[in-house]
Write a protein that binds this ligand. Structure first.
Ligand code: 1HE
Length: 262
C-alpha cells in the first residue's frame, strides 16, 4: 500500500492498494464533517486519479462515515456566497460521479446531509449494519446543496426524500438497502473489506464498459426513450468493437472464461 497526494490536507488521506484508490475522510474528531478544505480535496483527488487505477473506495475514519456539511462555517455566508459554495460541492461531487473510475462508498455510522450527498455520488454503496441515513437540512432550517435533490430521488424516489427532509426521518442500514440507499449491507467493521473486494471486480472489467456505466447509463436514464435507445445502441456498438471485448468473448467461447456467478 502506498500513500499518494502528499500535498492534501490531513482531512483526506489517499492510499493505493493494487489498482484500487482508497480515499479516507480523516476528520474523526468532527465526525468527518465536510468543510471547504475537505470538499476541495475530494475534487482534487477525483480530478487527478492516477493512470492505472481501476476503481476507488471512499470511507471514513472514526465512528461515522460523515456528519455532512461542517455547520460551523454556515453562518458566515450570504446568499451569493452560499450559491458559490453549493456549486463548489456540485463540481466536487460531479468529479466523483463522472470522473475516470467507478467509486464505491464504504459506509458506517452517520451518513447524513452532505455525507449522504457524497455517498449518493458514488456508484456503489456498502453499508455496515450500524449505518444510518438522514437529511437533517430540513431540521437545520436550510436546504440540501451538494446535489441531493438530484441524486437522492433517483435512489429512493421523491416521496421518501421529501419525507426525510420534512420529518427528519432516519433510515437504518437494513431499511436503507430495501429503499435503495445502499446495494449491500455487511456486518459492523466489514464495509471497507467488502468495498475493496467489489472494487477488485469492478477494476477487472473492460474500461469501455465501466466508462459506459458511469457516463452513458445515467444520461440514458435522464433522456427520452428514443434518445436513450439510440445512445444505448451507439454505446453497445463501440463497446463490442473494442479489442478487449473481442478477446473476452473469444475467451468465453473457448471455454476459458468464468461462467456467471463464478
Ligand atoms: C460537527 C458536525 C457538523 C458533528 N458540522 N461540526 N449535519 C448534521 O446536522 C449532523 C450533525 N451531527 C450530528 O448529528 C452528530 O454529530 C452525529 C450523529 C453525526 C454524531 O454524533 P456523536 O455523538 O458521535 O458526535 P458529536 O458529539 O455530536 O460531535 C462530535 C464533534 O463533532 C462536536 O464538536 P466538539 O468540538 O464539541 O467536539 C460536534 O460539534 C462536531 N460535529 N457534526 C460541524 N455537521 C452541501 S450542503 C449539505 C448540508 C448538510 O450537510 S446539513 C447537515 C449537517
Amino acid at each position: 500500500m502506498s500513500t499518494l497526494f502528499t500535498t492534501l490536507p490531513s482531512s483526506v488521506q489517499v492510499t493505493v492498494q493494487d489498482n484500487i484508490l482508497l480515499v479516507k475522510l480523516n476528520r474523526p474528531e468532527k465526525r468527518n464533517a465536510i468543510n471547504d478544505e475537505l470538499i476541495l480535496a475530494i475534487e482534487h483527488v477525483f480530478t487527478h486519479v492516477p493512470a492505472g487505477i481501476g476503481c476507488a473506495v471512499v470511507y471514513g475514519e472514526g465512528g461515522h462515515f460523515s456528519a455532512g456539511l461542517d455547520l460551523s462555517a454556515l453562518t458566515e455566508r450570504d446568499a451569493v456566497q452560499g450559491l458559490h459554495h453549493s456549486r463548489m460541492w456540485h463540481r466536487a461531487l460531479d468529479q466523483v460521479q463522472f470522473g475516470t473510475v467507478p467509486v464505491i462508498a464504504a459506509l458506517h455510522g452517520a451518513c447524513v446531509g452532505g455525507g449522504l450527498e457524497l455517498a449518493s455520488a458514488c456508484h456503489i454503496r456498502v453499508a455496515e449494519t450500524g449505518t444510518f441515513y438522514a437529511l437533517p437540512e430540513g431540521q437545520r432550517g436550510i436546504f440540501v446543496g451538494g446535489g441531493a435533490s438530484v441524486r437522492v430521488p433517483k435512489l429512493i424516489g421523491l416521496a421518501r426524500m421529501t419525507d426525510m427532509m420534512l420529518t427528519g426521518r432516519v433510515y437504518r442500514a437494513d431499511e436503507g438497502m430495501v429503499i435503495g440507499l445502499s446495494q449491500y449491507v455487511v456486518e459492523e467493521g466489514k464495509a471497507l473489506e467488502k468495498a475493496i473486494e467489489l472494487a477488485q471486480k469492478v477494476a477487472s472489467n473492460a474500461g469501455m464498459t465501466n466508462y459506459a456505466l458511469m457516463h452513458v447509463l445515467p444520461r440514458i436514464v435522464d433522456a427520452s426513450q428514443e434518445q436513450g435507445m439510440l445512445m444505448e445502441s451507439l454505446t453497445a456498438a463501440i463497446a463490442q468493437n473494442a479489442p478487449e471485448a473481442k478477446a473476452r468473448l473469444a475467451e468465453f467461447l473457448a471455454g476459458k472464461a468464468k461462467k456467471v456467478g463464478q
